[in-house]
Design a protein around this ligand. Structure first.
Ligand code: PLP
Length: 747
């Protein structure tokens, strides 16, 4: 059963993702509800209830025309823009099926919403038209290449462009575009996706030769499931949905009257000169200025990915060097600010095709964040948004994501102990003592700026930067030093170890090096010693969580690996924590005892159940099966078994905390944790809440800050990261760990 959210129990959200969808305005929701309950007739019925419904529908159609400036042409109610796009494309393509163009093309802007090229490609194939799909490139401002259009549109069966881009807010100059299109092809079918323009730009559709213009209600405060399509008088039309002949036979199926009523109220507001719901252009520009200022105060090095003078004021797309869009999303989400990474419809993607088309730098596309508000946003909402954004400044500084410019060190020390930094499957480790002496093991180029932020921000002394083997993360050591802005000491070997030195003192610990060839002939392991005990072993790709490094590379040798494993086993204690240079199994933390428990081949070597020959045989077989799996390039792994994972609902988890003394373990990043104040939010005692981010689980384990006998309920934003952490803790022998299903999102 879906339980409605009680707004009083929640941190009020600041919603800045209006380009994805908007909340329905109260006055629109009222009319929708009224239409569902009172004025609910079927417009096709001939009794009075039906006539009233039909009247409402036709009135809405007229209002739509007024809003988009269409004195002529048709307005068709659809389920949304995607249906409008289908209808337009099918109509245009069917009409031109029997063309006599030698090499026909279908043209679309490179930055169109995916609904457009995907629909074009689909119907191009289904209808057997087989025209060539041709993306129109854009310049670095996101504006379509008019010369390219002029050159090719003569062969086009259809051209699809958009009025306002959903990721950047960039507006195309429709008048200029029209001149180019019509000068070179007066009759080509032209669709303009107007979804993001409604309510933000003044449209005068009838003054143009646009053939089709789809719109969507939910992008502008109407409900989901209602939209409309403008069709120019005389432009080709084929009903996309046939049936009972509704909408004059143009689109069958009983009309979505509540949705249409919602549009009715929306349009009435848009054209009412007295209304104050929709803000003036000037007001919207001042909102954007305010937000820009707030963002700049938090991210001094912010880059906006589009020109404000070419964009609607309601969209801000930005990137911050060295802070990924996922990190910003997580941080904003924890602070109750909803934004989107690139485009909401493709939020799984790690870069933005729109920004790629604009040829921005790679990092700008990878780190892009879109912040969008609706034209009915209020000053109070924007003030609150700016307040919350500005508050993130101290959170970011304490997480070392940006260096604080404040002299007052209210920074929580975020780097002490052991931290794992991951880039795809590769891991790099930072170890810092209480005396602020640090060592980096297996540095990763992409992560160096972040690591240097931590080192500078926390005023750490970097004692060494070491690799466990030569190909570990590919670049020569000198590149790491120069990228880090450091002078490389003279007397280092290829892996970064100072010549003629047996151990490196880091605070009260010694770092020792032992040769552990196998994965490569030059592989070493670094042992962090606390007096005579190995507390942490940085073992590179000799041992991976749940697996062993591969031994079928040019300079690998399984026989050497066998010896290395045995020699390592003589030095490690069961609770020594292993830090590998890859973690394909997403295990985060693993100690020597649990590593043997989940890794039978390793276990058989260490307990001498197999000899060297047998190890080589089994290792070669496992390497062979690995050959097919490119994603596990450096070694085989066994993922943690998930069958014993117990998931709890949030209320069940809260009662475990209240009644049985369980600890709520927030495994999100510390900047997300500090932004969300879980104890207050969930009304539990501070002492029952702990924060151990995924990349610091290994730190908590070697420092024994988590107790295998204690019961823990794990939480994150969506339940995914905490699920992984539960499995990890189970591997480490924790028996009472539970995951909170759905995480904070379902609160
Ligand atoms: N076109 C643009 C520019 C959009 O932003 C969207 C939605 O994100 C669509 C089309 C699809 O709209 P709908 O989801 O209403 O079908």
């Amino acid at each position: 059963m879906f339980t409605p959210i009680d707004p009083h129990l929640h941190q009020p959200q600041v919603y800045l993702d209006a380009n994805a969808t908007t909340a329905v305005l109260p006055e629109i929701a009222d009319i929708v509800s009224h239409t569902m309950q009172v004025c609910f007739g079927n417009p096709s019925s001939s009794h009075i209830t039906g006539i009233k419904a039909k009247h409402l529908m036709e009135e809405t159609r007229q209002l739509a025309k007024q809003v988009i400036g269409a004195q002529t042409g048709h307005i068709l109610f659809t389920s949304g823009a995607t249906e409008g796009i289908q209808t337009a494309i099918v109509s245009a393509l069917l009409a031109i099926k029997e063309h006599d163009i030698a090499e026909p093309i279908l043209m679309y802007g490179a930055t169109e919403h995916k609904a457009v090229p995907n629909t074009l490609a689909h119907w191009n194939s289904v209808l057997g038209i087989n025209a060539t799909m041709m993306a129109i490139s854009v310049d670095q401002d996101g504006l379509l290449d008019h010369d390219f259009i002029a050159e090719h549109v003569g062969q086009a069966l259809m051209i699809c462009t958009m009025a306002v881009n959903n990721e950047t807010g960039v507006c195309q100059d429709l008048a200029l575009l029209e001149q180019v299109i019509r000068a070179n092809n007066p009759s080509v079918a032209w669709m303009v996706d107007c979804v993001q323009a409604l309510g933000k730009l003044d449209l005068a559709i009838s003054e143009t030769t646009i053939d089709y213009a789809p719109f969507s209600g939910h992008k502008l405060y109407a409900p989901k499931g209602i939209g409309f399509l403008y069709i120019r008088e005389q432009s080709p039309y084929t009903p996309f949905i046939a049936g009972g002949g509704q909408e004059g036979g143009m689109r069958s199926g009983t009309e979505n009257l509540p949705g249409i009523a919602g549009l009715n109220r929306l349009f009435s507001l848009l054209i009412d000169p007295q209304q104050s719901v929709f803000k003036s252009h000037q007001q919207l520009h001042s909102y954007r200025e305010q937000l820009e200022k707030a963002l700049r105060s938090v991210f001094p090095k912010i880059v906006f990915n589009h020109r404000f003078d070419l964009s609607v004021p309601t969209t801000l797309n930005f990137a911050v060097k060295n802070i990924s869009s996922k990190e910003i999303m997580d941080l904003f989400d924890a602070a109750g600010i909803r934004v989107s990474a690139g485009s909401a419809c493709s939020s799984g993607a790690s870069r933005s095709y729109v920004l790629d088309a604009m040829s921005v730098d790679n990092w700008q596309s990878e780190n892009a964040i879109r912040l969008s508000f609706g034209p009915a946003a209020t000053q109070v909402e924007i003030d609150e948004a700016c307040k919350r954004i500005t508050q993130l400044k101290s959170v970011l500084a304490s997480a070392c994501l940006v260096i604080s410019d404040s002299q007052v060190t209210e920074q929580e020390v975020c780097a002490l102990g052991l931290s794992q930094y991951k880039h795809q499957g590769a891991c790099c480790w930072l170890f810092v003592t209480d005396e602020k002496e640090a060592v980096i093991i297996d540095p990763i180029i992409e992560l160096l700026p972040r690591l240097m932020n931590v080192i500078q921000g926390q005023k750490l002394t970097l004692k060494a930067m070491l690799a466990t083997h030569q190909h570990a993360h590919d670049e020569p050591l000198a590149s790491y030093y120069s990228l880090a802005g450091l002078t490389q000491p003279d007397n280092l070997d290829l892996l970064g170890w100072p010549n003629q030195i047996d151990d490196i003192q880091i605070g009260r610990y010694q770092l020792m090096r032992i040769s552990t060839p196998g994965h490569n002939e030059n592989s070493v392991s670094y042992l962090l010693m606390d007096q005579d005990k190995v507390v942490i072993c940085f073992c590179g790709d000799l041992i991976l969580p749940g697996g062993l490094g591969r031994t079928n590379l040019d300079d690998s040798d399984p026989a050497q690996m066998y010896d290395s494993l045995l020699s390592l086993s003589q030095r490690l204690s069961s609770d020594s924590v292993l830090c590998s240079s890859h973690d394909y199994a997403q295990s985060f933390a693993i100690d020597w005892h649990s590593q043997q428990a989940i890794n039978p081949l390793l276990n058989h070597v260490v307990t001498q159940q197999i000899d060297k020959q047998e190890f080589i045989k089994q290792k070669q077989a496992s390497d062979q099966s690995l050959a097919a799996q490119v994603e596990y390039f450096c070694g085989a792994v066994v993922s943690p078994a998930s069958h014993s994972l117990v998931e709890k609902s949030l209320p069940a988890a809260l009662s475990l905390i209240a009644e049985e003394g369980a600890i709520l373990l927030d495994i999100r990043e510390s900047y997300e944790h500090s932004a969300s104040q879980l104890a207050t939010l969930l009304n539990i005692n501070e002492q029952h809440v702990r924060n151990v981010p995924l990349n610091r689980i290994s730190d908590a384990i070697w420092q024994k800050r988590l107790d295998p006998k204690q019961s823990y309920v794990l939480i994150c934003r969506s339940g995914n990261r905490s699920r992984q952490a539960c499995l990890n803790l189970q591997q480490l022998g924790f028996e009472q760990v539970y995951n909170i299903r759905g995480g904070l999102a379902l609160l």
